[in-house]
Design a protein around this ligand. Sequence first.
Ligand SMILES: Nc1ncnc2c1ncn2[C@@H]1O[C@H](COP(=O)(O)OP(=O)(O)OP(=O)(O)O)[C@@H](O)[C@H]1O
Ligand SMILES: [Mg+2]
Ligand SMILES: [Zn+2]
Length: 283
Amino acid sequence: MIQPSGDTHLLKVRNLNKRFGKGCTHCHSPNDLKNNDNRCPKCGSVWACIDVNVDLYQGEILGIVGESGSGKSSLVKSLYFDDAVTSGEATISTYHDGKANIFSVSAQQKRYIRNYMMGMVYQNPWLGLKMSFSSGGNIAEKLIASGTYHVGNIRERASELLLHVEIPVGRMDELPKNFSGGMQQRVQISKAMANNPPILLLDEVTTGLDLSVQAKVLDLIRSIQREFGVSMIVVSHDLGVIRMLADRTLVMKSGRVVEQGLTDQILEDPEHPYTQLLVHSLL
Ligand SMILES: Nc1ncnc2c1ncn2[C@@H]1O[C@H](COP(=O)(O)OP(=O)(O)OP(=O)(O)O)[C@@H](O)[C@H]1O
Ligand SMILES: [Mg+2]
Ligand SMILES: [Zn+2]
């Protein structure tokens, strides 16, 4: 494991396993499945994450790349407690001194961690935003969840956040369902940032956007990282996006991490055949 010198570790994930489906005698353990496949031919269950380890250091951007279905969204959704893990451990160094497995704390504690320590930008904006709430209302929801109740303070903070993502404050009372894809992602980013979380999870935040909009969103993410020193996990199937953002990268395939290291190193000298394929497709 490469640890950037001088940096302290914030989030540590060990042996995260996530299975969708009931499982059967044939797929009780992911290792029972042949050819490194992650789908059970007998019962159709999928091991979306298999023994995944992640280290996230203070202030870094960690990239997660992999083809469609490799388990990237399942991993970040597990970390945000949207989906319960099948097994595994995760600790946050600033939560109970990094001694509590956040996957096994109470539902109330999970809400606390999610509301005070994390922000999430979903691949699908319909999962991240209530489309029948105004943009300001969406931001307010996160602020209220993290203990800001004063209406004046909420509006002030929401304006400040929207300004930061270059959405005209005059549009604060509009519904995000009437916004363009790029704007919806920017509202999601401002909502995710509302509680100043130390950990930000970004899932395919630029996928499906025009190149020029994509560039703006990437700039925004970099400026947030520089300004607030947030630690981020950036998920993308696009190695170009990862190259622009991530200091270190994990490569996933069929639920497993098949390669990890400094992004530059992975791009220059990919070791795993699958990573080589990804890198070559970028050239
Ligand atoms: N709610 C679910 N129920 C059943 N299977 C699921 C569910 N969510 C994901 N899966 C399966 O888990 C595997 C991993 O899916 P996941 O969405 O994590 O992949 P991904 O790497 O994010 O892909 P993409 O790049 O397409 O977003 C896939 O085989 C998928 O079909
Ligand atoms: Mg996904
Ligand atoms: Zn099975």
